[in-house]
Design a protein around this ligand. Sequence first.
Ligand code: HEM
Length: 367
Amino acid sequence: MDALFPFGFPEPTRFYLALYVATLVLHVVFMHYVLAGTAFLAGRGLLARLGIDTERPAYLLREWMPLMLSAAITAGIAPLLFVQIVYQERFYTANLLLFNRWMAILPTLLIGFYMLYLLKVNADVLKRPLIRQAIRVLTFVCFAFVAWSWTENHLLSVQSLGVWTEHYASGALMFKTPELAPRLALWFCGSFPTLAAWLAWQIRLTATDDEHREIDHPSVARLLAGIGLVGLLSAALCAAAYYAMLGDAERELMTGPPAGPWFIIAIVGAVIQSAGWIVIWKQNALPRGLLLIVSIALLVTLCGTAVVREAIRLARVDITTLYNAHTQAAAVSGLGAFVFFLVVNTALMLFCIRLVRTKVESRGTRV
Ligand code: HEM
C-alpha cells in the first residue's frame, strides 16, 4: 500500500472504500450535531452560571434536534452497508460478540428520540427545573451511550481471532480496551467544532429580517467561537493521547504514503478552523465569508480524519484476503439502480428544501 488512499487497492475495493469513507463523513456531520448539541443542552446550566447567554442556540437545538437525529440515523445506513461489504465478517462478528450490549443501541435511540420531543414540550410538569435538567441529561446520556457502543463495536471488530475467542469464552458483556477512552473522547471533543459551525449557519440563516439587520450576531459569536476553539483544542489533545497508544504498524500507515497527506490536510483544516474562530472571537461577529472558510476547513478535517481512521483499521485487518469478495460484490449488478435513486432522491430533497424556503420567505422569515 504505497499509493495515496484509496488508490492503492484493486478497483472494486477502491470503489467501496471511497464510498464508505465519503458516506461516513456525511453521517458524522449530523451525528456531531446530535452528540455535541445534547451535551450543550445538558451543560447549559453551567454556562448560565458563568453569565453566558445560551438562549438562542438552545432554542435552535431544541427545535432542530429531532430532524438532525433523523438525518444522523438515515446517513448512518449507507456506511453501514458499505462497512459490511468491505470488512464482511469482522463487522458481524463484533455485533454478535457484543450481542445484548450491541442491541441496546435500538431502545436507547428510541428513548433518546422521545426525550428530544419532551425537551420541546411546554407542559407545566416539565417546566420544573429539576425535571427539565433530568431530561436534558438523560437525552445526552442516551446519545453518548450510542457513540460508546459504535466505538466499542469498532474496536472489537479489528481484533484478532485470539481476542475474539477469549472475549467469547469470558462471557463478558462489554469489550474493554485501553484504546476506548481516548478514541471516544476524540469523537466527543471533535463534535463541538462541527456543532459551532452548524449553529453559526443556523443563527445567520434563520434570523428574522429585524435581527438580520444586526448582521453581526454579537450575542452569540463569542460563544460559538469558544465552543469551536475549546472543541478543537481538546480534540487535538485526545488525538495526541490516542496516537501515543497506537503501534508502529498503525503509525506507519497513518503518516506514510496512503494516509499521510490526508493526515496533513486534517491538521491544516483544524488550524484554519482555529484561525477562523479566533478572528470571529476578535470581531465578535459571524461574517458569511469567514464562516464559509471555517466550514470548508471543517469538512476537510472531517474527510482527512475519516481516512486516517480507516488507515488505523487497515493496519490491523489484512484487506488483501477480501479482494475477491469485493470483486464478487461488484459483479452483482445494481449500480444503475443505485445511481438512478441517488439522482431521484437528491432532486426530491432539493425540491423540498426549495419549497420550504419559498414558503418561509413568503411569510417574511429568512431561511
Ligand atoms: C445519534 C446516534 C449515533 C451516534 C452518537 C453515533 C456515533 C458514532 C461514532 C462515535 C462512530 C465512530 C466509532 C469509532 O470510529 O470509534 C460511529 C460510526 C458509525 N456509525 Fe454511528 N452513531 C449514531 C447512530 C448511528 C446509526 C443509527 C447508524 C446506522 C444506521 C450508524 C452507523 C454508523 C457506522 C456504519 C459507523 C462506522 C462503523 C465502523 O466503521 O466500524 N450510526 N457512529
